[in-house]
Design a protein around this ligand. Structure first.
Ligand code: FAD
Length: 309
């Protein structure tokens, strides 16, 4: 059940790791409050305002994630040509393989394997596995076809392919609603196809009976034959793609014309205002970003602690 929480409380998420330590050091944690804007006076951050709450503070760290941080900064008066742009997402997709024997994908650690043989080309294969209800959402098809596939869920393996972005997108607010724009680059559609071709080789080698790839026009592969996948000319609109890693919309960099925050994560021209989330990551890291984001946040925390000492 690791995909959705942890039955034994073993996951070291922020509420189990950082927040108790922060509270022990005197922090007050306020949850369920949506910050509307950062208060800025005289070019300096002075706190944050929510609907029924104002917090005065000499330093504000924004960490709303790459989709929502740009809107909050913009509402707070931050102007930067890079704000809301340079969105990368690690385009991703997942294939399924059916075996004769049970796989029981919900047993064990869900992301325990990856394949980096094509990492030099920005292609990463990552194990994904979860309980049947998650599989039901991800399994293509409807009605009897979906039912038939779900009845085989015990003996169905799934694996993801993720690529480094060749394209970038943008986020902005239109009429108070978030608008995310991202067009998959044709090169990335082709790289996803290459990733699936390698995955098919691996699955055939370990005895897969049939393989379903999420590429329009590629039929279900059977009998160890990947020819339709090898020969396919895949266009962006043929890929059933997903994205889990929005990054870069308030990216870090020394040049205020090209970056929103400086290398210390302080907003260019906004004293006391920092960003510590995926939006600060300047380019597609080609690997899952959470550890990088945490490392950036810890680094900023240490910088601020040093300044306060
Ligand atoms: C299904 C899925 C699987 C993933 N798997 C992995 C993985 O295996 N490994 C990995 O490294 N990464 C994984 N990721 C990516 C990872 O979760 C994100 O990159 C990471 O959580 C981003 O961190 P963040 O701090 O930028 O933003 P978030 O984690 O999105 O945090 C932003 C927070 O700000 C809050 N917020 C937003 N606006 C406001 C506001 N106005 N006022 C107050 N609060 C606000 C939000 O509610 C949220 O809690 C996965 C993502 C998804 C969706």
């Amino acid at each position: 059940m690791c995909a959705f929480g942890c039955p034994t409380g073993a996951k070291q998420h922020a509420a189990a790791s950082w927040l108790p330590r922060a509270e022990a050091a005197g922090a007050r944690v306020i949850t369920g409050v949506k910050v509307r804007r950062v208060l800025v006076r005289g070019g300096r951050a002075r706190g944050v305002r929510a609907r029924d709450l104002t917090v005065e503070a000499p330093i504000v760290v924004v960490a709303c994630g790459a989709l929502l941080t740009p809107g909050l900064l913009r509402r707070s008066g931050v102007r930067s040509p890079a704000l809301g742009r340079h969105l990368t997402i690690h385009p991703a997709s997942a294939a399924r393989a059916r075996f004769d024997e049970p796989i029981d994908p919900w047993d064990g650690v869900p992301q325990s394997y990856f394949v980096d043989a094509l990492a030099g080309d920005g292609i990463l294969l990552e194990g994904i596995a979860g309980p049947p209800d998650q599989a039901a959402l991800a399994t293509p098809g409807t009605g009897p076809l979906h039912r038939e596939r779900m009845l085989a869920v015990r003996s169905t393996a799934s694996f993801g392919v993720m690529v480094a972005d060749s394209a970038t997108g943008s986020v902005r607010e239109v009429g108070g609603r978030l608008l995310v724009r991202y067009d998959l680059h044709p090169d990335d559609a082709e790289r996803l196809r290459r990733g699936f071709a390698l995955l098919a080789d691996i699955w055939w080698a370990v005895g897969a009976r049939e393989i379903v790839v999420p590429l329009e026009g590629v039929p279900v592969l059977r009998d160890g034959d990947s020819t339709p996948l090898q020969r396919a000319r895949v266009r962006p609109r043929d890929v059933r793609a997903m994205a889990f890693h929005p990054l870069g919309t308030a990216r870090a960099g020394a040049d205020p014309a090209r970056a929103v925050v400086d290398p210390d994560l302080q907003v260019h021209g906004g004293r006391g205002l920092y960003v510590a989330d995926g939006s600060a990551v300047p380019s597609s890291p080609q690997v899952n970003p959470q550890v990088t984001i945490m490392a950036l946040a810890v680094r900023l925390g240490r910088t601020l602690a040093r300044m306060a000492a």
